[in-house]
Ligand binder design. Structure first.
Ligand code: URC
Length: 288
């Protein structure tokens, strides 16, 4: 019988493989909590069309590989760990043409006990997650994007929004003094040149995060769009190891409460925090 359908693209793998890594130094321990996804592309057509699994590495084996490579690895960054995982899978599986690994790291902070950081006790940090996507095709170089998500920040000054389109559906009042709250996502792409030369991924991440947060705090914001661009510009100005950055900043509106009903004024004092609906502002920024 003639085929009635054709496979255009496919990949498969394991998602949400959770891993806690404890690095034991004599004086203290360090912990990393990672959520790993690994996806493979390659010669898998007959698995889809004929049910032939002879070229299929089971996703269960991929899950085991995540733990195996973590046990063997001495990588101090999730980027370097992900490179090892991708290389391990590519080198043992000629049927695989490309592998992509995404690692998301949750924050654990050292517990403070009697005013001192505890060497072996930790507290879950904020919702912020650190992210990396590491991919490689057989015989080619790595491509790596890293970033963070759900970094929730707010500023209570230097934010306004005026001069926008007004039509018969406009109800938003203009303001030169509002709260600006967001849970930002930022993903930046490393240049091939920097990747070939070697990168201290943890150091770059710390510095980019600080540069963006400093801009967020001090920027005289005429809109989320303008501040987002300024933050991306600051990140690019900070280091030449990245070529572009994509920022997404939901506008977590804080609505001033109408107090006139109670005979009170409200000089930007009492707000209702809202999660939804929220504005979504995103942009990708590169060097001019
Ligand atoms: O900074 C903002 N950008 C917008 O596009 C927008 N739209 C809106 O209703 N409020 C805001 N604020």
């Amino acid at each position: 019988m003639a085929a009635t359908a054709r496979l255009i693209s496919d990949r498969y793998g394991k998602s949400r493989v959770r891993l806690m890594r404890v690095t034991r130094h004599d004086s203290h321990h360090d912990v990393d909590e990672w959520n790993v996804q690994i996806l493979l592309s390659g010669d898998f057509e007959t698995a889809h069309t004929l049910g032939d699994n002879s070229k299929i590495l089971p996703t269960d084996t991929m899950k085991n590989t995540v733990y195996y490579v973590a046990r063997k690895s001495t990588a101090t960054s999730m980027e370097d760990y992900a490179k090892e995982l991708v290389d391990f899978l590519l080198s043992r599986n000629p049927q695989v043409s490309a592998a992509e690994c995404v690692v998301e790291s949750s924050l654990w902070k050292r517990l403070t006990v009697a005013g001192k950081p505890h060497p072996t006790a930790f507290m879950r940090g904020s919702d912020e997650r650190q992210i990396t996507t590491v991919a490689r095709k057989q015989g080619e170089a790595f491509s790596i994007s890293s970033g963070l998500d759900d970094l929730t920040v707010m500023k209570t000054s230097k934010s306004g929004f005026v001069g926008y389109i007004k039509d018969e559906l406009t109800t938003l009042p203009p303001t030169t003094d509002r709260l600006f709250a967001t849970a930002m996502r930022a993903m930046w792409t490393y240049t091939p040149k920097a990747l070939a030369a070697g990168i201290d991924f943890n150091k770059v991440r710390t510095h980019l995060r600080e540069a963006m947060l400093a801009t967020f705090a001090d920027h005289d914001s005429l809109s989320v769009q303008q501040t987002l661009f300024a933050m991306g510009e600051a990140a690019l100005a900070h280091t030449n190891v990245i070529s572009e950055i994509t920022l997404r900043m939901p506008n977590k509106h804080q609505l001033p409460v109408d107090m006139t009903r109670f005979g009170l004024d409200n000089p930007n004092h009492i707000f209702v925090p809202t999660d939804e609906p929220h504005g979504t502002i995103e942009a990708t920024i590169t060097r001019a």
